[in-house]
Ligand binder design. Sequence first.
Ligand code: FES
Length: 99
Amino acid sequence: MIVCICRAVSDRAIRSARDAGAGSVEAIGAATGAGTCCGCCRGTIARILAEPRAGVPCVVAPSRDEAEHLGAGLEVDARADAPSEAVPLRAAADQLKTP
Ligand code: FES
């Protein structure tokens, strides 16, 4: 799929540049030309850069809604008295079921 119409750059070319080490929208632009004309595609380039990848640790925790939607992820308990570490979603759900 073409992401950058101005420079005719595909999502594959952007992912390839990302995998080769281009870690920012500017770096993608330098490597491929994408995002260097009108700028309309820069948001899409940023979203491609933010995609989770196999073998690359996730540095952004999913939101509560995203974790609940996934069903098996981790959830951070936002209560003021809760421990700050993430707790398994299933264990948190079990706690809510306990009368
Ligand atoms: S669509 Fe990418 S710079 Fe214009």
